[in-house]
Write a protein that binds this ligand. Sequence first.
Ligand code: R5P
Length: 330
Amino acid sequence: MTASVPAIRREGGVTKRLMLAAGGSHPGLADAVAARLGTTIAPRTAHAFANGEVFVRFGTSVRGSDVFVLQTPTDPINTWLLESLIMLDALKRASAKRITVIWPFYPYGRQDKKHRGREPISARLVADLLATAGADRLMTVDLHTAQIQGFFDGPVDHLRAQPLLARHVRAAHPDADLTVVAPDSGRVRLAETWAELLGGRPIAFVQHRDSLQHGRGTEIVGDVRGRVCVVVDDMIDTGATMAGASRLLREHGAARVIAAATHGILSADAPHRLAGSGVGEVVITDTVPLPPGKRFPGLTVLSVAPMLADAIQEVFDDGSVTELFDVRGM
Ligand code: R5P
């Protein structure tokens, strides 16, 4: 790895130093962000002890720096989560001036409330861990629910990838009769935003989503016959939701189904499940790394690197991230 080239800005006698640090989870994204910023990634050594304990040491001074720590805690999620915390601790103890965690995918976001007694609120716990480890700010993309922002007691830059995804769908299907479909009633607001981004389209939603896997008891609210249906969600994990929605939509006469989600986790046999479900296209972003073995025909991966880099620059320059990426009401 080449030596770090911190971006330096001098203003009124004050010198600011931007430093980009990256965990080991998603080197491709980190390199793309660094290239766009015109900097390099802070050198570090990292290894695991024989018993699995994680060790990280930065190879350059971080004293007084405005440090941005990029990491995607997925697969293995707990390892990368812990590595993030350990990097923060190292940076804090080495006198970094301000530390912004960039988690393009926020882990444990689905556990944002207690559905029943004796359950954790793990999304909150994770936010507390970040703060304890030394994070001053958090930057993330398409949280599972927007209110998770309130779990972190500091500034949160909640970036949106939907405009990027929607631009792609719009360009790929300029003349299609598109209908935006939410996989459950809870995602209707998201579908409405997508409908707007696609230039004013009708929406539909799946009722009784929990039965999607079995294909029983589910209904579509809205007219999808003959339409090109864009099913929108925040993430695709096992692919069961998208595959089930696709089958249901086709049973209801949809001409084609496009699955669009920000986070392509694609756990286990998700690629196989999606490929066999009649979904015509799957559009995701690279918030989560995707090994070559998980790619399949009909999959498009769009990069969030330019968006992250521009947001980092804005934060460093004390500019406005909202002005850049606001999607009202989402
Ligand atoms: C659920 O609340 C999420 O928004 C996604 O719909 C879900 O995580 C997708 O998971 P899977 O791909 O396993 O159906």
